[in-house]
Design a protein around this ligand. Structure first.
Ligand code: UDP
Ligand code: MG
Length: 346
């Protein structure tokens, strides 16, 4: 059997009841990736503390916040170190440099001490109140992946909406497990879903895709993101394009398949064209010089070939980085302060 299948025993995956029943005795790790979020961090921590309080009261579960400092150049790390561990445990994981949000999420996932994991942005766009609702769907509804999706994109440009739509149609083209359109990184994983996610061996990580790919019981929640507490988004058009190429090449071979189909189409057209020239020569007896058609044909084919070579290059680059098997991130500093002495994590 493939390695991935043998590594997880049947009892790990299929026992769902055990995961849910003692939810009261279990806890929740809240992973927050941070890149230069110092100005809003204290407020965010207060809101998370309130959330932890409410969760303890309602479901009796303990919480920890994992602040992953993704190579911030401002005071983020100093602020994080001093956050009070009163209502919830506080873990601060500082990466050795900026590795990108996906790597920061992975670091948080790896350091989570409790079973269930909640991913949440550190810029105030993901509301702790909504987080409580996600937890409710996990504990009361028994869902394994509770993800959020933007209710609408009215405040985004036409061009961006079009790009997003095309991206998802391409990724999902012929896919068995579709990645839901508009799904965000604000999501909750049950203990077994978090475990499954940790088993994914790839280095190039596209979390939205991975959490959908693992399956289990998934629940979608539509929401309206809050405005950023301060500063501006770190995802400009170039980084988004990069993330899209990342998502497509790690989740789909659609571009390769399209390249082959395009090649076949062009070959077919060429065949028809050649036949029609032959026909014309035999019936009318004259051959045409045809300079323009040669140039146009050459340029079209040249362009198509370059695009296809570029697509191949993307996949080869991906193979190279998986082959090198480098660690996804390095931790420069890690601290843990506990508030939940009573509830030891499993
Ligand atoms: N972030 C990170 N590393 C990066 C870029 C972003 O940890 O290289 C964090 C950032 O601090 C924030 C979250 O990822 O908590 C989302 O980033 P941002 O708000 O810039 O993205 P958007 O909300 O526009 O998708
Ligand atoms: Mg944001």
């Amino acid at each position: 059997a493939p390695e991935g299948l043998t590594r997880m025993s049947v009892s790990d995956v299929s026992v769902s009841i055990r995961d849910r029943l003692p939810a009261a005795a279990r806890g929740l790790s809240i992973v927050v990736p941070l890149l230069n979020e110092a100005p809003g961090l204290t407020l965010l921590h207060e809101r998370l503390s309130t959330l932890a309080d409410r969760l303890k009261e309602r479901y009796g579960i303990a919480c920890e916040a994992i602040y992953v400092d993704d190579g911030s150049t401002d005071e983020t790390l100093t602020v994080a170190r001093d956050l009070p561990a009163a209502k919830l445990d506080v873990q601060v994981v500082s990466l050795s440099r900026n590795f990108g949000k996906e790597a920061a999420l992975m670091a948080g996932l790896d350091h989570a001490r409790f079973g269930a994991v909640l991913f949440m942005d550190g810029d105030g766009q993901h509301s702790p109140d909504l987080a409580e609702e996600l937890v409710r769907h996990w504990i009361e509804g028994g869902y394994d992946v509770v993800y959020t999706a933007k209710a609408h994109r009215q405040n985004e440009s036409m061009l961006r909406r079009l790009a997003v739509h095309n991206f998802y149609s391409l990724v999902n083209w012929g896919a068995r497990q579709k990645i839901p359109e508009d799904a965000g990184d604000f999501r909750l994983l049950s203990p077994r879903a978090a475990k499954a996610l940790r088993m994914m061996p790839e280095r190039n990580r596209f979390f939205k895709g991975l959490t959908s790919w693992i399956g289990f019981r998934q629940k979608r929640i539509d929401y309206e993101p809050e405005p950023r507490a301060h500063g501006t988004t770190t995802f400009n058009a170039r980084r988004l394009l990069g993330l899209s190429i990342e998502g497509i090449t790690s989740f789909s071979v659609a571009p390769l398949r399209m390249a082959s189909m395009l090649g076949m189409l062009i070959a077919l057209l060429a065949l028809l064209f050649g036949l029609s020239i032959l026909w014309e020569t035999f019936t009318t007896g004259k051959s045409v010089p045809g300079y323009p058609s040669v140039i146009v044909g050459m340029m079209t084919l040249g362009g198509v070939q370059l695009i296809v070579i570029g697509v191949l290059g993307e996949y080869i680059g991906k193979i190279l980085s998986e082959l090198k098997a480098r660690p996804i991130y390095f931790v420069a500093e890690q601290t843990l302060r506990t508030a939940n002495e009573a509830t030891a994590p499993d």
